[in-house]
Ligand binder design. Sequence first.
Ligand SMILES: NC(=O)C1=CN([C@@H]2O[C@H](COP(=O)(O)OP(=O)(O)OC[C@H]3O[C@@H](n4cnc5c(N)ncnc54)[C@H](OP(=O)(O)O)[C@@H]3O)[C@@H](O)[C@H]2O)C=CC1
Ligand SMILES: CC(=O)[C@@H](O)[C@H](O)COP(=O)(O)O
Ligand SMILES: [Mn+2]
Length: 365
Amino acid sequence: MEGSKRRVLILGSTGSIGESTIDIVKRFPERFEVVGLVAGRNREKLLKQAQELDVKNYVLFSERGLEGIKELIESTDFDVAVCAISGSAGILPTYWASRKGGRIALANKESLVCAGEFIKREAKEIIPVDSEHSAVFQCLVGERKEDVEEIVLTASGGAFLEREDLENVKPEEALKHPNWDMGKKVTVDSSTLMNKGLEVIEAYWLFELPLDRIKVVIHPQSIVHSLVVFKDKSVKAQIGIPDMRIPISYALSYPERLELGEEMKLNLFGLSLSFLEPDVERFPCLKLAYESLKRGYPYPIVLNAADEVAVELFLNGKIRFTDIPKLIEEALNRADFKKPETIEEVVEIDRRAKELTLEIFRRFH
Ligand SMILES: NC(=O)C1=CN([C@@H]2O[C@H](COP(=O)(O)OP(=O)(O)OC[C@H]3O[C@@H](n4cnc5c(N)ncnc54)[C@H](OP(=O)(O)O)[C@@H]3O)[C@@H](O)[C@H]2O)C=CC1
Ligand SMILES: CC(=O)[C@@H](O)[C@H](O)COP(=O)(O)O
Ligand SMILES: [Mn+2]
């Protein structure tokens, strides 16, 4: 990384990951420069970021649509694209950025869940930003693939690990993550364990292990970010405070590491770490995610689409927390789409699966 600066394109700059990325870039002006910004609807924040970073190359989805995003990605020369648009809206932008040939610093797990095959085919290099996958990636540095026995993703358990009356959960309660400060969708997904389900599928694409060797353990403190078990039964874990600036900085600077401040250092004294088996009867979304991948494509696309619709309905007070997995399961049972052959077909299945989920909702409510 010595010499020239890394040119960074940020897709989803106004969100939680986008802002943390800008924080890192601003700490290391000699190493990075932002060369493009993409956001959804927050015009004011996008303009402020563009002005602060002196970036002329930016696009707002609500003004210029997907075509505007495509044009910006295709016309921007970048070294790293931070893919941090939330939800399936990130599929095509991540795919277009992958085709350009630079590094993909991937936060938008939904794009791998839905279009892993197509994005992996195009991308030259994917460095995970998602904390668990960054942890696994770091544990694997210097190791041989054939020596890996299992990947173990840690899950905080979300806001309701110990809650009895899940049917009475309110949206504002689901939006309080015990350890991480994140966007709404991923925070609700954490509370249903769907986030972990999506992450299992993300890990399947990133690390190319059979599904039965990708495990999940509940770890309420979010200090151990994930683990790898090797065939000699040695276990490596990556640990640290729950702050996304650490995996983001790693994805930007890999193979080097940046010098972050003392406030980011984990204090080991007084730490008490616990690990529990996930309860998939109380939190069926995790089971549904495994099942969707076992059934094969297009089911993970349907899982993701139905979840996006269900989370939105829950946040708008239209369904109960416990209806989220029911709606997703029904969508998976009724879905009758063929395996996608192109990225356009992926996007079409996502659209139709969302329609199907809304139809199911209307029939029962
Ligand atoms: N936050 C976190 O700590 C983590 C997040 N992730 C993943 O990273 C991704 C982003 O999460 P997070 O930052 O929390 O989400 P946020 O909701 O905070 O931010 C989402 C970003 O996407 C933009 N966006 C939404 N829709 C569109 C669209 N149609 N076109 C262009 N831009 C759009 C938003 O723009 P605007 O606000 O202007 O509308 C915003 O910049 C998700 O996939 C999440 O699962 C993974 C690990 C950790
Ligand atoms: C920070 C991050 O990577 C999130 O995806 C986080 O993992 C969410 O926490 P859960 O473990 O509760 O899903
Ligand atoms: Mn994660």
